[in-house]
Design a protein around this ligand. Structure first.
Ligand code: XIL
Length: 355
């Protein structure tokens, strides 16, 4: 055999072996398909961790877990000093048992926070009262889960949705009482309680150029003042039409100039034109049902293409809910990679088998 033929045959053999090896070793789950890129995460409820099929799916596919509701301010401290840890403990213990790490969600938010935080003797609480209550809450929860939670969404959704507003901040009761200090202090308190945790500011509509710019400016101001903030959470409540790759990439490029860590924290893709984290939404499907799988797969594939290009700064991508059955948007929105029977949808394979 002359050497040219031998080289050609060898190359063909190597290629064939590689193909066979690839075919014989399908990825176990999403986390394996993205090893070396970023962690894959999911938000869970109590049923997900109690049911054996669902928990097997969790362990197979994900290596980062967020409690969908059970670590939020109100469920964990419904009235002052009255801490309720049962539900959060069950999720933390599931993660400890299975060697999974958690994203903590969330320490301060205008929703799902006890009204008591804002009440004072003669009406509204003073700034000092609010900050002291926040500090106690944050210290209690952050130190309780230090061993299993590697990062926290410290402040959730503090920037306004109104692009014309002069004030960049959401006019929440938190802001009315304490101004922007509530944001900075939350990070200071979280850092006191766990100096090792990565601390995130988390928001939705984060690909909107005006909101994105406002988030970047706020984070830059905080960093200039020495506030311990390490990352930006892009919630990622998208839909089958929005955002396009260019808009998504532009937002990531802005955030990466400001922080070293970006997490996609609440990814889901609706079957209509709605987006964002507002707690009101419709269940209408604005797509031909027969083409829904194709549209969903195309959009998931597009956003993951962009995420992979920025894997040097994106360290975790978390889906908001395990399946369409669990989705906070309702099953009709068809928003997650698993159907209501916990079977993988075409979108799942689109995300997983990208190589
Ligand atoms: C949602 C939960 O999924 C729902 O079960 C709950 O009723 C309301 O909150 N942005 C966030 C999440 O940061 O905490 C929200 O989760 C979805 C929007």
């Amino acid at each position: 055999m002359n050497s040219t033929i031998r080289t050609t045959l060898c190359a063909a053999l190597v290629a064939a072996t590689a193909t066979v090896a690839h075919a014989q070793q399908p990825f176990d789950g999403l986390k394996d398909a993205y090893e070396g890129f970023f962690k894959m995460g999911v938000a869970v409820n109590q049923r997900n961790i109690a049911d054996s099929l669902q928990s097997a799916l969790l362990v197979q596919n994900y290596n980062s877990i967020t409690a969908e509701n059970d670590m939020k301010p109100e469920p964990t401290e419904p009235s002052e000093g009255n801490f309720r840890w049962d539900a959060a403990d069950r999720i933390a213990n599931f993660c400890r048992k299975n060697g999974l790490r958690m994203r903590g969600h969330c320490l301060v938010w205008h929703n799902q926070i006890g009204r008591w935080m804002f009440e004072g003797e003669n009406g509204q609480a003073t700034k000092e009262e609010l900050l002291q209550r926040m500090r106690r809450h944050i210290h209690a929860i952050v130190s309780r889960y230090r061993d299993v939670v590697y990062c926290w969404d410290v402040v959730n959704e503090a920037i306004t949705d109104d692009p014309r507003a002069d004030n960049p901040y959401r006019p929440s009761t938190l802001y009315q009482i304490a101004g922007e200090e509530f944001i900075e202090k939350a990070f200071v308190y979280a850092h006191e309680a766990d100096p090792d945790a990565l601390l995130f500011y988390n928001d939705y509509n984060e690909t909107d150029p005006v909101k994105c710019e406002r988030i970047c400016q706020m984070v830059e101001r905080m960093k200039a003042r020495g506030i311990p903030i390490h990352g930006i959470g892009m919630q990622g409540h998208y839909n089958i039409h929005y955002p396009d790759s260019a808009l998504l990439e532009a937002a990531i490029n802005n955030y990466r100039r400001v922080v070293d860590h970006i997490h996609v924290t609440e990814l889901d893709i609706r079957a209509n034109r709605e987006k964002g984290g507002q707690l009101q939404f419709s269940r209408t499907v604005e797509a031909d049902v027969d083409s829904l799988d194709a549209l969903l797969t195309a959009q998931y594939t597009r956003v993951f293409d962009v995420f992979r290009r920025h894997a040097d700064v994106i360290d975790c991508v978390t889906f908001w809910n395990l399946s369409d059955r669990d989705s906070w948007l309702g099953a009709d929105n068809y928003a997650t990679p698993f159907d209501t029977q916990y079977q993988p949808k075409p979108a799942y394979y689109g995300i997983r088998d990208w190589r």
